[in-house]
Design a protein around this ligand. Sequence first.
Ligand SMILES: *Cc1c(COP(=O)(O)O)cnc(C)c1O
Length: 388
Amino acid sequence: MSKFNTLAVHAGQDVDVATGAVIPPLHLSSTFKQDGVGNMRAGYEYSRSGNPTRANLQTNLAALEGGSHAFAFSSGLAAEDTLLRSLLQPGDHVVIANDVYGGTYRLINGVFSKWGITHTAIDMSDPEGARAVIASTKPKVVWIETPSNPMLRIIDIAAMVEVAHASGAVVVVDNTFATPALQQPLSLGADAVVHSTTKYLGGHSDVVGGAVILQNYTLAEQVAYLHNAAGAIASPFDSYLTVRGIKTLAVRMDRHSQNAGAIAERLQSHPRVENVFYPGLPSHVGHDIARAQMSGFGGMISITVTGGEAAARHVVANTHLFTLAESLGGVESLVEFPFAMTHASVAGTALAVPENLVRLSVGIEDVDDLTDDIVAALDSLDSLANNA
Ligand SMILES: *Cc1c(COP(=O)(O)O)cnc(C)c1O
């Protein structure tokens, strides 16, 4: 079987049989001619149920994560919703890591709770500590996110899988931050992987999408049913853009990791930086586990700055190359203030983030330009203090 870099370019991207087109055509058709009732040419009937462009993306995603089945959705949260509804029934319990993506928490806490699903949020950086909670609450699902957003905490996937499986739970890993280029949870024993393909997989900040990847046939049948029955599918054009992005995933992740590593190291010695959260730094508490389960540390860095909320707001307003915006994972660098932006929905909960936190999505621009930009914004904090 081909290796990762080859699969990224070729899986699901066969030359078009009819025309020889090297890039498979974008199939916008909503419906497919039947040669007699129920006699489909390639199994396609109606584009919610199945579409060739979406199928190409799904083949690619399954190959990259080492799964047997993949499903492409209209957003990461649509993927999570469909997966959870496939797995859960009223009365079931879910155990989630205590700093999962804010939207994941909102979905479980704000939506699923109304349908009789309870949850517990726990620190999964200590799998042995999690064992007692999981044994006593008997969750149907254990939800892992590593590295986490925005604190870049690392969870030992294989160790948590052992703990969760010992209690009969299904393990889901949100692999959005690492991507399969750096981390492959199914190979570490996880049952399902979810992605916001909006981020690194799409990679160019021009498409919103999500994915579920599985290697269990029964689970895949349940997800396939709800994918069609509830219909939160990826459109053909979104599927096309996502596959186009994935072809360069491995080279992008290399550069994201290189740039972020250099910037994280530089920021550690800046006098206005309290803490740098980046799993590639030897000082990071999860560094050894990250080294063992990841082949690179990715492009996301969070820092806390001295001077509290006002200082953090000043930094994000004073970069020029890093654009102030939510989202992450594109080739262009972004900066944001999680407390009032991406993580505003978890304020006051166990998932609340520090008010002096700044999150960087380090792009693939020149590393010196990027470093100068963020360092200048931090340096300008001193003039802020003088003017005050
Ligand atoms: C963005 C994100 C999601 C949600 O995906 P959408 O495509 O925005 O719906 C889920 N998990 C993580 C880690 C994310 O960063």
